[in-house]
Every structure is written in structure tokens, then in C-alpha cells.
Design a binder for this molecule. Structure first.
Ligand SMILES: [Zn+2]
Length: 69
């Protein structure tokens, strides 16, 4: 499945599926880091793939990275 994401679709996804906001205004591909604003007000960067598939939808303070295992 090779769904094509645009910055508009991503923004919509972010708004509908998280409490964060998308700050980036361009999307150049899944390896690009996008800038988000967390509900707490902090900005964080993540690829959209991680945001979506790994459920990393908040900043590292609100959602600390899981320790391996
Ligand atoms: Zn936060």
C-alpha cells in the first residue's frame, strides 16, 4: 500500500489523531523530519512514519521514548 501523503493530509491526520499540531509547511517524503507542536507547547521533530506508525505523537517530555525492552 503506497498511500501518497501531502502536507495537507498530514496536517489533517495530526489534528484528527493527536493533540499535537503540525508546524511544518512542506512534506518532501517519509524520511523528512516534520516539526510538530505538542499539546504542552513544546516543539518536537519526528518523521511522519514514526508519528503515525510508532504512535509517537507527543514530545519526549510527555511521552518519553521507551527504553529498549
Ligand atoms: Zn509535550
Amino acid at each position: 500500500m503506497n498511500k501518497r501523503w501531502t502536507i495537507g493530509k498530514i496536517k489533517e491526520f495530526v489534528e484528527n489523531n493527536s493533540e499535537s499540531k503540525l508546524l511544518s509547511r512542506e512534506y518532501q517524503g517519509f524520511s523528512q523530519k516534520l516539526l510538530f507542536q505538542c499539546a504542552c507547547g513544546s516543539n518536537f521533530e519526528k518523521t511522519f512514519t514514526k508519528f503515525k506508525n510508532n504512535n509517537q505523537r507527543k514530545c519526549d517530555l510527555c511521552q518519553p521514548p521507551k527504553a529498549a525492552r
